[in-house]
Design a protein around this ligand. Structure first.
Ligand code: ADP
Ligand code: ADP
Length: 223
């Protein structure tokens, strides 16, 4: 049974200029522990797809199931990482990671410290977001997304704004996390090199004439 099951997914937006079909007839299964990347040009519906899986948009037709259950809202079983790190500027690194959990709880403290080490931010626990580089801020948002052991991590072009060096480092961090935790990854990018480097399976979300979009799966190695 796949962890994520998408069947006949259709999504349209009503705009002043009429109906925009963002996704049409998407079928996609993702196995537990898989690292899937979704590539495709700008506007082909990648963000829309990820937001639906994340439970941030529930206005669609078709079936989207996570662990056999209909996706009905954000919830703690899904971690979501956006293109730009969205940190609370008035909170320190460690409080941004803990979010609404108290660092006074020993198990939260322990887990936050472990994650700070994992994303290599030791020494920056008490720093504020404005004191961090872009790469460091993105690592904080990854640590925050990991805190509750999500079954699945959804990443929407998370490294698009980073320079090549920081990006390469972040890709290694993400592969470490995947190897150590077997977190299922769905990673959206328009960069084919990045998609192939990270994933054990790449799918192409293709815009076709007549607004029809189609997913073509290419299975690489998945044990
Ligand atoms: P991608 O992430 O691949 O660049 P998106 O998922 O952002 O693509 O967008 C897919 C299509 O849906 C595009 O044609 C875009 O213009 C349209 N779209 C996305 N969000 C909205 C919205 N909130 N209102 C209207 N149209 C939208
Ligand atoms: P990377 O994410 O690849 O490590 P960064 O550009 O994010 O690259 O930062 C490289 C290192 O430089 C960081 O790990 C940190 O030690 C240091 N650094 C970057 N920006 C700052 C800053 N504003 N204050 C203190 N140290 C910084």
């Amino acid at each position: 049974v796949p962890l994520l099951e998408i069947k006949r997914l259709d999504k349209s937006f009503e705009t002043k200029n009429g109906t925009v079909r963002a996704l049409s007839g998407i079928d996609l299964n993702v196995k537990e522990g898989e690292f899937l990347t979704v590539i495709g040009p700008s506007g082909c519906g990648k963000s829309t797809l990820l937001k639906i899986v994340a439970g941030l948009d529930t206005d669609y037709a078709g079936e989207v199931r996570l662990g056999g259950e209909k996706v009905a809202g954000p919830g703690i079983d899904k971690g979501f990482i956006f293109q730009e790190p969205r940190l609370f500027p008035w909170l320190t690194v460690e409080k941004n990671i803990a979010a609404d959990l108290s660092l006074k709880r020993p198990e939260v403290r322990r887990e936050v410290d472990r994650l700070i080490e994992l994303v290599r931010l030791k020494g920056f626990e008490k720093s504020y977001p404005r004191e961090l580089s872009g790469g460091m801020a993105q690592r904080v948002s990854i640590a925050r997304a990991l805190l509750r052991y999500p079954k699945i991590l959804l990443l929407d072009e998370p490294f698009g704004a980073l320079d090549a060096f920081t990006r390469a480092h972040m890709q290694e961090v993400l592969l470490d996390i995947w190897q150590n935790n077997r977190t299922t990854m769905v990673f959206v990018t328009h960069d084919i090199d990045e998609a192939v480097f990270l994933a054990n399976r790449v799918v192409i979300l293709k815009p076709r004439p007549g607004e029809i979009r189609d997913i073509v799966p290419i299975d690489l190695t998945f044990p």
